[in-house]
Design a protein around this ligand. Structure first.
Ligand code: ADP
Ligand code: MG
Length: 251
């Protein structure tokens, strides 16, 4: 299977602390790869390195062979490395559907002016995307809520975050703890949804510490401990790995 994203010997130091230490792995096309590890293992730092929010001390990240580390985050996003939007970047006073349409414009750089003015002179591109926006919303179980104001979404902001990410047509979607704050039922629904996106051809990298969910959702798993990669493999390989068991028992 082809490699979508390649992380090579990436290291991040904060003063004397090595938060991520010479980590290498790749994410294959159309797989779900999860990064797990105890608190402080370096997951969030690795996530920021991959999405270009942090510059590595050494090592690099390549997307489809092209070096992306060192680029500004919005440039990396435009090249296709898209992290799900934080709640705060959602336009809370706009409808769920309009949030998705705006995200599409931001990527395609189409003019937002006509859209905001509501002049009714949508280009054919806007009209065409209106339909796929609805398809994205349907995929994420948000179809019924398309006309709802974003701020009124009950637990939908995570799904909306993913919808917004999808609208930007990513090569790889990065999910930062997508199950945080969810109960079991919501988690299982999100697991099924993300796997459906993978089945449709999306490549997904997620950072998460809900172990049961990670075991269910992942094609492969990378385990970090004290900044280093200590294991990589399928969920069953990871569950049987002595180093992984030790790292988690010790935490
Ligand atoms: P995780 O997400 O796995 O819990 P982090 O990547 O947040 O781990 O942190 C890894 C280590 O790097 C921790 O020891 C943390 O205190 C340290 N760290 C993270 N960000 C910074 C920063 N901006 N400055 C200094 N130390 C940091
Ligand atoms: Mg973290």
């Amino acid at each position: 299977m082809a490699e979508m994203l390649e992380v090579s010997g990436i290291t991040k130091r904060f003063g004397g602390l090595v938060a991520v230490n010479n980590v290498s792995f790749s994410v294959r096309e159309k797989e779900i790869l999860s990064v797990i590890g105890p608190n402080g293992a370096g997951k969030s730092t690795l996530f920021k390195l991959i999405s270009s929010f942090l510059r590595p001390t050494s090592g690099e990240v390549r997307l489809k062979g092209e070096r992306i580390s060192g680029l500004a985050p919005h440039i990396a996003a435009r090249k296709g490395v898209v992290r799900t939007f934080q709640e705060t970047t959602i336009f809370k006073n706009m409808s769920v559907r309009d949030n998705v349409i705006i995200a599409h414009h931001l990527r395609s750089k189409a003019s937002l002016v006509g859209f905001f003015l509501g002049t009714g002179t949508a280009t054919t591109d806007e009209a065409a995307f209106g339909q796929s926006a609805d398809e994205i919303l349907k995929l994420l179980g948000l179809a019924q809520l398309a006309d709802e104001t974003a701020r009124n979404l009950p637990h939908g902001h995570c799904a909306l975050g993913i919808a917004i990410g999808l609208a930007t047509d990513p090569s790889i979607l990065l999910l930062d703890e997508p199950f945080a704050g969810m109960n079991h039922e919501e988690t299982m629904r999100m697991v099924a949804m993300v796997r459906r996106l993978r089945d449709l051809g999306l490549t997904i990298l997620l950072v998460e510490h809900d172990m049961p969910a990670v075991m269910k959702i992942s094609d492969r798993i990378v385990v970090l401990n004290f900044g280093q990669k200590i294991a990589e493999g399928t969920p069953s390989e990871i569950q049987a790995n002595d180093k992984v068991i030790e790292a988690y028992l010790g935490s």
